[in-house]
Write a protein that binds this ligand. Structure first.
Ligand code: IPM
Ligand code: MN
Length: 347
């Protein structure tokens, strides 16, 4: 029998509420399969920060490393200065555990009302680089608060870092029916990083000759995401562009209540982390209003990553069927949605 050691970081706001339903879906999907799950709860986020001043200690990190995967709810709270938990906890996890592939699938499930008049068929995946770009925290400011302030944020792009994520994106494109990869950047302005990305895509394309490649500047990509999202299959892009595009991608496919993500370490030198794209939503926290579907879909990505594709497919089908039958407009509580999904997963 196999036991999955799962680190659970429920985090802040609605994080705890959606994670509870994600765990229910996970248990239900594995019921009777011979695979069990042992969870360890990590007290990380705003509560811990206020109590101890800590965000993520070396001890926490070492303990998390000893797991097969991480399920994360949401991080961030208005009572903590902006950036403290984001940088000190969430991004620290992604960087320390080398989550260089931030995988964010976008599907328009039948039954979802898209804000687009004529969305067509939407089924693409964004491979967002997860360990470099403007997110690394290089930079600094001088003369802060004066009229002469200078604030620099430096985007770091290494040949090593770009190549490994581009190769992963090609492999994903090659495994999909349409075999199409779109590089999104802004190489007409960000010439140093942009050309490194462009050259890398060109070079790695030689290893994947059956993948068709095209390129869009990020501003043009936002137009096509709204006017013709069906044109996209796999998008590969840098950390910040990927952050922005995946919120837009979520918006056109029914909102962030449905958007799942996986922070993957493809080399498996550390556990990968699965989390909804949405944040802690303090405005609705504690009211049982949050849609746990994004977390449940993240659980499907987790199962897939752990080599349990049948369980993953069952979870995804439960979500698709639930949406097809009930839509997303009817108001159900967090627990109701979780219960409905679990019933479908159980079959
Ligand atoms: C996301 C979030 C994070 C990011 C924030 C909370 C640091 O917006 O997961 O998309 O920018 O990556
Ligand atoms: Mn984001």
């Amino acid at each position: 029998a196999r036991d999955i050691r799962l680190a659970v970081v429920a985090g802040d706001g609605i994080g705890t509420e959606v994670v509870e339903q994600g765990l229910l879906a996970l248990d239900t999907a594995l019921h009777g399969s011979g695979v069990t799950v042992s969870t360890t709860d990590f007290d990380l986020g705003a509560r811990r920060y206020h109590a101890t001043g800590e965000t993520l200690t070396d001890t926490d990190l070492a303990a998390i490393r000893a797991h097969d995967a991480i399920l994360l709810g949401a991080i961030g709270d208005p009572s903590v200065p902006s950036g403290v938990l984001e940088r000190g906890l969430l991004l620290k996890l992604r960087f320390a555990l080398d989550h260089y592939v931030n995988l964010r699938p976008s599907r328009l499930y039948p039954g979802v009302t898209s804000p687009l008049g004529n969305p067509g068929e939407i089924d693409f995946v964004v491979v967002r680089e997860g360990t470099e770009g403007p997110y690394v925290g290089n930079g600094g400011a001088i003369r802060v608060g004066t009229p002469h302030e200078v604030a620099n944020e430096v985007s770091v792009n290494t040949a090593f870092g770009v190549e490994r994520v581009v190769r992963d994106a090609f492999a994903r494109a090659a495994a999909r029916p349409r075999k199409k990869l779109t590089l999104v950047h802004k190489h007409n302005v960000l010439v140093h990083a942009g050309h490194l990305w462009r050259r890398t895509v060109e070079a790695v394309n030689a290893e994947f000759p059956d993948v068709t490649v095209d390129y869009l500047h990020v501003d043009a990509a936002t137009i096509f995401l709204v006017t013709n999202p069906a044109r996209f299959d796999v998008i590969v892009t840098d950390n910040l562009f990927g952050d922005i595009l995946t919120d837009l991608a979520a918006a056109i496919t029914g909102g962030i209540g449905l958007a799942a993500s996986a922070n993957i370490n493809p080399d498996r030198t550390a556990p990968s982390m699965f989390e909804p794209v949405h944040g802690s939503a303090p405005d609705i926290a504690g009211q049982g209003k949050a849609d746990p579907t994004a977390t449940v879909l993240s659980v499907a990505l987790l199962l897939e990553h752990l080599g349990l594709p049948e369980a993953a497919a069952r979870v995804e089908k439960a979500v698709a069927d639930d949406i097809a039958e009930r839509g997303t407009d009817r108001v159900r509580s967090t627990a109701e949605v979780g219960k409905d999904l679990a019933a479908r997963i159980a079959g």
